[in-house]
Design a protein around this ligand. Structure first.
Ligand code: RIB
Ligand code: CA
Length: 307
C-alpha cells in the first residue's frame, strides 16, 4: 500500500520501555506513515529520551526523523519517573548521544499545516510539546485529525500520586490546554491499561525475531521497575495499548466523558476529574477507553512484532 493511503502519524514520546514497544508495534504493523518521532522529557531527561528514541529506530532500521522537544513541563520543574531506570531504558545498550534539534514543536506545527485534517498524534509522554504547539499556533487546532493520549485515571487510583497518572501528573497545565481544546481526543487511561500486561515468558513468542534479545533485556528491567515502583508484576502495556487503539479500536470499550484536569492542588495534581454523576451537567470532551481486550491485544501485538 503506497504511503499516500496510510494514516499519517506523529508519535510524541518519552522512551521509556513501553514507549519503545509502542513505536515498534506501529512501525512493524506497516499500517502507518509515521511522519515524526517528537521527544519529550518525562521517563527521563530529554537527552536520554532522545538517545532512546534513536536506539529504538536503529533496532527497527527505521529512517523516521526524530525531533527533540521540551526538557521540562510548561511551567513546572521536571519530575522524572523511576520505573525505567537512570537512563530511561534500562537494559538497552545505548551507545549514541543523539543531537538535540529542539524543534519538536515547530515540526508538529509544520506537519499539521502541510497536511490539514490528515495528521493524527499519538501522545505517550507528558503533553508539553503538543500543548506548546497549540499555544504557539492556535490555527492548527481545527487541522489536527485526532489525538490519542495514554494518560489519566478515571475510576482507579493513580500511579504517580493517589489520583493521577504519570503523563498527566508531570505537566497538568499542558494536559489542561489539550483537554480544553476542540480537538477529537481519545484517552487510554490506567482503567484500561492496568489489566493489560505481559509476563517475561510471553516474550518467548519473539524468540525467532531479531528483536528478541534487546526486548528481553529491556523487559527484564522494565518488569523489575514496575514491581519496585508500582508493586505490580508484569510488563504493563501502557503505551502499546494506546498505539493499538489506532490498529484495532473495537478492542476497547469506550464512553464519551466530560473530563477536567486538576492544576491547582498539590495533593491531587494531575487528576483527570470526570463528571460521573448521572444528573451532572456534562460537556463531553474526550472519548475514554474504560477497558481493553487483553487477549486480542496480546495476540496481535506479538504477531506484529514477530513480522
Ligand atoms: O503512566 C504510564 C505512562 O508514563 C507511560 O507513558 C510510561 O511510558 C510513562 O511515560
Ligand atoms: Ca511514555
Amino acid at each position: 500500500m503506497a504511503n499516500i493511503e496510510k494514516q499519517k502519524l506523529i508519535i510524541d514520546t518519552d522512551p521509556g520501555h513501553d514507549d519503545a514497544l509502542a513505536i515498534m508495534l506501529l512501525e512493524k504493523s506497516g499500517l502507518f506513515d509515521i511522519q515524526a518521532i517528537t521527544t519529550v522529557a518525562g521517563n527521563s531527561t530529554i537527552q536520554n529520551t532522545t538517545n532512546n528514541a534513536r536506539y529504538i529506530l536503529d533496532l527497527l532500521d527505521s529512517k523516521i526523523p526524530i525531533y527533540s522537544g521540551a526538557n521540562a513541563p510548561l511551567t513546572r520543574k521536571l519530575i522524572l519517573a523511576e520505573v525505567h531506570g537512570p537512563n530511561g531504558l534500562a537494559g538497552a545498550n545505548i551507545t549514541k548521544q543523539e543531537p538535540l534539534t529542539g524543534t519538536a514543536v515547530e515540526r508538529i506545527i509544520e506537519l499539521v499545516k502541510n497536511n490539514p485534517h490528515e495528521i493524527s498524534i499519538l501522545a505517550i509522554g507528558p503533553l508539553t510539546n503538543i500543548a506548546d504547539a497549540l499555544t504557539r499556533d492556535s490555527s492548527i487546532i481545527p487541522l489536527i485529525r485526532e489525538i490519542v493520549i495514554m494518560g489519566g485515571a478515571i475510576a482507579v487510583p493513580g500511579n504517580k500520586n493517589r489520583v493521577a497518572e504519570f503523563n498527566i501528573f508531570v505537566d497538568p497545565d499542558a494536559a489542561d490546554i489539550i483537554f480544553r481544546a476542540p480537538i477529537k481526543k481519545t484517552l487510554i487511561p490506567l482503567d484500561a491499561c492496568n489489566n493489560v500486561f505481559l509476563s517475561i515468558n510471553d516474550f518467548e513468542e519473539l524468540k525467532n525475531s531479531p528483536l528478541y534479545r534487546p526486548i528481553k533485556e529491556m523487559m527484564a528491567h522494565y518488569i523489575q521497575g514496575i514491581l519496585n515502583f508500582e508493586k505490580t508484576s508484569g510488563a504493563i502495556m501502557y503505551d502499546p495499548l494506546a498505539a493499538y487503539f489506532f490498529i484495532n479500536p473495537v478492542a476497547f470499550e469506550t464512553e464519551m466523558m466530560d473530563i477536567k484536569i486538576e492544576t491547582q492542588s498539590e495533593l491531587t495534581r494531575g487528576m483527570t476529574v470526570a463528571e460521573r454523576r448521572s444528573w451532572g451537567e456534562k460537556n463531553p470532551n474526550v472519548l475514554v477507553a474504560k477497558s481493553a481486550d487483553r487477549a486480542e491485544f496480546t495476540k496481535n501485538f506479538l504477531e506484529i512484532l514477530n513480522r
